[in-house]
Design a protein around this ligand. Structure first.
Ligand SMILES: [Zn+2]
Ligand SMILES: [Zn+2]
Length: 360
């Protein structure tokens, strides 16, 4: 009898353990592109070690559940509203989260947010070795130290206090000239900054979009419009080094609401991977009927940019859509010119694509 009770207890314990490990993960569907894996990264997050409301390990569990590959916990260095409750050791959030990140297979990047009045504003330094030496008064000393540690530095939420305060300033110029500024947030949570988008293109900075999450992650399932703002990183390998190499090479895109924002070099292959046109299953004279598969999280809209084809093609996320194409065979083979309105290669500038209809 005793043995049976012990056995039952063991089964119960095991079930409990399995239940914890089996936390469900919802994968984020953006396909890989030729030569690179598409990694979903949030490189700007807060915990109780600055003004966030969760313990560092919770950020790792959220990342797992939400289908992320990598996160950077970037607590404010200078803004420490919980310092009476938690001693200020800027390295602790990373140290506390590292074990759980290994167990979950989440890439954890050590970082911090340099938090000064705006302008010049806030900056994230990631891939740091030791955050504590960055806790210093003089603005430029912080970046000297960050770069001494080979950090990747980006300007956060440039327009968060309005367009005027978010303009590119002399501090940004000086940092850029000293090669101490490498990227810029084009989007932060629910904000998009057209000026930052223009600066990223004009000054050849890496584009980022992050959640800057402070509260616990929401529990409602995401939709194409409502989801965590992320940086898609096109990495040659799924590792911290792979992400760093891709950031340095500017191989990123920003997933923001129902759009991806990036350079044409990245968005063109991403579009190709997302939209698959199957060979026509029916035709009569100059018309064919085809199935078009959308393999990504966006509700994609294509607008006609040439003479042939439907005015608008709507391709809901993760679905197959039946489309009738009125165009001669040679035009179908060459491809219908379309504007991919969800793929932005500049402010209000959609990617131009050719929708090639395979032969029957
Ligand atoms: Zn900030
Ligand atoms: Zn922040």
């Amino acid at each position: 009898m005793k043995r049976r009770v012990a056995l039952a207890a063991m089964v119960w314990l095991l079930c409990g353990a399995v239940a914890v490990l089996a936390q469900q993960r919802r994968e984020i569907r953006f396909p890989d592109v030729p030569g690179y894996q598409t990694l979903k990264c949030d490189l700007h997050e807060h915990t109780v070690f600055s003004d966030g409301l969760v313990w560092p390990t919770v950020r790792v569990d959220e990342a797992w559940r939400e289908g992320l590959d990598a996160i950077a916990i970037t607590d404010h260095i200078e803004y420490q509203p919980h310092k009476d409750d938690l001693p200020t050791n800027h390295n602790r959030p990373y140290e506390l989260a590292a074990g759980k990140a290994r167990e979950r297979g989440i890439i954890l990047i050590k970082g911090a947010e340099v938090t000064r009045a705006t302008p010049p504003g806030h900056f994230n330094a990631i891939f740091l070795e030791d955050i504590n030496p960055l806790d210093t008064k003089e603005f430029y000393d912080v970046f000297d130290e960050a770069v001494k540690q080979n950090a990747f530095v980006f300007w956060n939420h440039p327009g968060w206090q309005g367009e005027e305060k978010g303009r590119w300033g002399e501090e940004q110029t000086r940092l850029l000239e000293k090669k101490q500024l490498h990227g810029i947030e084009v989007c932060n949570d629910r904000e998009y900054y057209a000026d930052a988008h223009r600066e990223a293109l004009a000054r050849n900075l890496t584009m980022l979009g992050n959640a800057d999450i402070h509260e616990p992650a929401p529990t409602e399932p995401p939709t194409p419009e409502e989801h965590r703002t992320l940086t898609l990183v096109f990495a040659s390998e799924r590792s911290s080094q792979g992400i760093r190499e891709a950031l340095d090479a500017r191989r990123t895109a920003v997933w923001y609401q129902n759009e991806v924002i990036g350079r044409e070099e990245q968005l063109a292959p991403l579009f190709e991977a997302c939209v698959e046109v199957l060979p026509p299953h029916h035709q009569d004279k100059d018309r064919v009927w085809v199935k078009v598969r959308n393999h990504c999280e966006l509700d994609i809209t294509l607008e006609r940019a040439g003479e042939h084809g439907p005015g608008t093609i709507k391709l809901p996320a993760e679905a197959t859509t039946l489309v009738r194409i009125d165009a001669p065979a040679d035009v179908r083979a060459a491809g219908l010119s379309c504007r991919a309105t969800n793929f932005l290669i500049g402010p209000e500038k959609p990617l131009l694509v050719k929708l090639v209809i395979p032969a029957q």
